[in-house]
Design a protein around this ligand. Structure first.
Ligand SMILES: NC(=O)c1ccc[n+]([C@@H]2O[C@H](COP(=O)([O-])OP(=O)(O)OC[C@H]3O[C@@H](n4cnc5c(N)ncnc54)[C@H](O)[C@@H]3O)[C@@H](O)[C@H]2O)c1
Length: 498
């Protein structure tokens, strides 16, 4: 089945995709649309509605508030049952959804399928985890605090926050949407999704799978439009009780504007890969290539700078270059390793970093080549700290190598970054690895493997400008709840068996 056909024909009106509110697919009164440009053909692939009007957003909010009230009264097992159903429908329709990922964000076809299947698994896992952790609370006794007798019993439980606003980025528009939707729903919240422009159509198909599962009207809504146009109205809306955002620096702006509500922010990274003299260089080289160039480097946890000890640098660079030479470059439909980057402006930004590095004397291991949005993989050796690429996130298939003469120098570079998402270290000495992991200011450090977000139940968080709070299924469920206590006061102390 193709995108927009069969069960999905309901979500499209002519050639424009609708938005989703009050359990229905609707055409916005704004009368405006935005074109989604296929990164490979650079032609319009799909159209979605621009900025639903403020009245439409207000009505989405009202409806979401109302739906949440009755959802919070729906038994946990029933919420879980619906999530399991949605997960199965999502997996069943992996083909049309992955087709959108290929055409909207040039994700290699195989990876696009993996994203949808992984998303279904995430939703199911979340339902199971929710049933366990939300079914438990705490029981506290007053006499453990000095001066108290056992006259108070405190019962705590986790309650929903209300309306959760989810804003995912373009690179995993399905997976990073469900990683917010599923925890929000299992915890008893309603959810409003604002998908990225590139990736919006994949997200709308995914939302329709939740619709088909039969969630109550208004519990899930999906509002399309440019972040720059409707972003502020959504993120500053008084009805929103929690924002879960994944993306770039926009998250910093949102966190400054948002009101006093819980924020989950997963932002950019400049994940460093430190290679010691005793490292298994073959293992390191394959992880650098996989970590640095998968999905053309457009991953928050991509290896974004290699910090290698001078004594093994020549050998490592040689091994990495041999592997880069084997990467296939071309369209996502052919499952090429390197596919066009998401937009022309991204390609121009990447080119700017490459030009800066060239002017400042970096060594090019390959010839720089670009056709449209397609950039061939490039390793830049002998990068120095005065080059932009040493610090900035290219979000493309360009990887800098900085040669270091001590571990301290590597840690210093890593910690001087504003980002602190993940990092990795390659060594056969586990004691050194632990010391380095502790010294690196990053939310997660991988030992002998490239940075990675999954498996999706692991905690995932960034320090400094890389984020607020922690994701991962369990942490996201907890983050989308609040603790509520009920205290039973006894007229006189009561001790068990007393
Ligand atoms: N830490 C993580 O978990 C993680 C994961 C994936 C990507 N990322 C980061 O995301 C970035 C790439 O993704 P991107 O280009 O889609 O990021 P982006 O910040 O440009 O956009 C993210 C989302 O925010 C929306 N948006 C834009 N302006 C807005 C506004 N004013 N108000 C509300 N929403 C607004 C966009 O439409 C999109 O849905 C990279 O920096 C990458 O490192 C981080």
């Amino acid at each position: 089945m193709e995108a927009g056909t069969g069960v999905f024909s309901e979500i499209i009106d002519g050639d424009v995709y609708k938005y989703y509110s009050e359990g229905e697919w609707k055409v916005s009164n704004s009368g405006k649309t935005v074109s989604i440009i296929n990164p490979t053909t650079r032609k319009t692939q799909y159209k979605v509605q621009v900025a639903c009007t403020q009245e439409e957003v207000n009505s989405v909010m009202e409806c979401s508030k109302k739906a949440q009230k009755s959802w919070a009264k729906t038994p946990l097992w029933k919420r879980a049952e619906l999530l399991h159903k949605a997960a199965a429908i999502l997996k069943e329709h992996k083909n049309p959804i992955s087709e959108c990922l290929v055409k909207e964000i040039a994700k290699p076809a195989k990876d696009a399928i993996t994203e949808v299947v992984r998303s279904g698994d995430l939703v199911s896992y979340c339902a199971e985890e929710g049933v366990r952790i939300l079914g438990e609370g705490k029981f506290l006794l007053s006499d453990s605090f000095p001066g108290n007798e056992r006259t108070k019993y405190c019962l705590t439980s986790k309650i929903p926050l209300g309306v959760v606003l989810a804003i995912p980025p373009f690179n995993y528009p399905v997976n990073l949407a469900v990683s917010k939707i599923a925890p929000a729903l299992i915890a008893g919240n309603s959810l409003i999704l604002k998908p990225p422009t590139q990736g919006a159509v994949a997200a709308l198909h995914m939302v329709h799978c939740f619709h088909l599962a039969g969630f109550p009207k208004g519990l899930i809504s999906c509002v399309t439009g440019k972040g720059s146009e409707i972003g502020d109205f959504l993120t500053m809306h008084p009805a929103v009780n929690c924002i879960s955002f994944t993306g770039g620096d926009t998250g910093i702006t949102i966190s400054k504007k948002a009101s006093m509500i819980p924020l989950q922010m997963e932002l950019g990274g400049k994940d460093a890969c430190i290679i010691l003299e005793d490292a298994d260089l073959d293992l390191a080289a394959s992880n650098i290539v996989k970590g640095g160039f998968s999905y053309s480097g457009q991953r928050c946890t991509a290896v974004k700078v290699v910090l290698v000890m001078e004594s093994v640098a020549d050998e490592l660079v040689k091994k990495v270059n041999e592997k880069i030479a084997k990467l296939t470059v071309g369209p996502p439909e052919d499952d090429c390793d390197i596919t066009p980057v998401v937009t022309e402006s991204s390609a121009n930004f990447i080119e700017g970093l490459v030009t800066d590095a060239k002017q400042k004397g970096a060594m090019f291991c390959q010839v720089y080549k670009r056709e449209g949005n397609l950039i061939w993989p490039l390793l830049l050796d002998n990068v120095r700290p005065d080059m932009r690429i040493a610090w900035e996130e290219p979000f493309g298939p360009v990887l800098p190598v900085i040669r270091i003469s001590s571990v301290e120098e590597g840690i210093h570079h890593c910690n001087a970054s504003n980002f602190g998402l993940q990092g990795c270290v390659f060594t056969r000495d586990i004691n050194k690895a632990i010391l380095i992991s502790d010294a690196m200011e990053a939310g997660t450090v991988q030992i002998n493997s490239a940075p990675a977000r999954g498996p999706d139940h692991f905690p995932f968080q960034g320090l400094k400008d890389s984020g607020i709070g922690s994701q991962g299924i369990t942490n996201s469920i907890s983050m989308m709840t609040k603790i509520k206590s009920t205290v039973i006061n006894l007229p006189s102390p009561s001790y068990t068996m007393g």
